[in-house]
Design a protein around this ligand. Sequence first.
Ligand SMILES: [Zn+2]
Length: 240
Amino acid sequence: MLKEQKETAGGNELGGPLRYPHSCILWLQCDQEVLDHRLVSRVDTMLKQGLVQELINFHQLYNKDRLSIGAPHDYTTGIFQSIGFKEFHDFLMLNEEERESPEGKRLFQRGLEEMKLATRRYARKQLKWIRNRFLRRPNRPVPNVYGLDGTDPSQWDEKVLNRALSIVDSFMKGETPSIEPLSLENSLNNANNSEFCTVCRRVFIGRLQLEAHLNSKKHQKMERRVALAAPEQGVNLILK
Ligand SMILES: [Zn+2]
C-alpha cells in the first residue's frame, strides 16, 4: 500500500499525495520557551489531578500481573508506551511503604523530571514533522501553511482567531488570503538556482528542470486536478 501511495501522482519517496489536494493548513505556533513552560505546567496540573494514583492503579491492574508471572514489564505496546508511564517504572515497582520513603520520593521526583523532558521532546518531534512534511520538502505538492502565533493568550482574538477566520473566508471563496503563508524552507541544494512550480508547489533546480517538469504528464495532471478540485475545498487545522 505504501508503495502504491508513493507512486501516485503527487507522491514522492517519502509518502503519498494529499488526500485532499486543495487544502489550507492553519498552524498554531508558539514561542518555544513559552511552549516548554506550558508543557511543564501541564504535567504539574496532571499531578494535582491525581496522576500518581492513576499510574499506581494502572500498574496494579496490568503490569504487576505480568511481573508476578515472570513476564517482563512491557512499555512497548499500547498505553504503556504513552508518556508518563515508563518514566515512573522504578517508583511503581516499590511497595506502598517504600513509595513513602525518601528513596521512593526521590524515584518519584526523577520520574516526574523525565516525564517533563519526554513531553518537551515529543513536542519538538511534532514540530519537526510539520516542518518536514509541509515546509522542507517541496518536491511533492503541499498546501499553503498559515502560521498563527498563539504565544500570548491575551492577544488570541487578534493574532489567532481573526486571522484564521479571514484566511478561511478568503480560501472558501477561492480568493488569495491577504495574509502570507509561511514560506517554503528550501533545503534542496542551492536555493539561488531554484525554480518553483506554483501548481504542484514543487521546487526544481535550474530552469531546465522546471521546463521539463512543466511539460511532464505529472504536472499537467496536477493542473487539471487542481482546477477540478477548486469547488470542493477542504480546510485542515493543525493544533499542537
Ligand atoms: Zn507542476
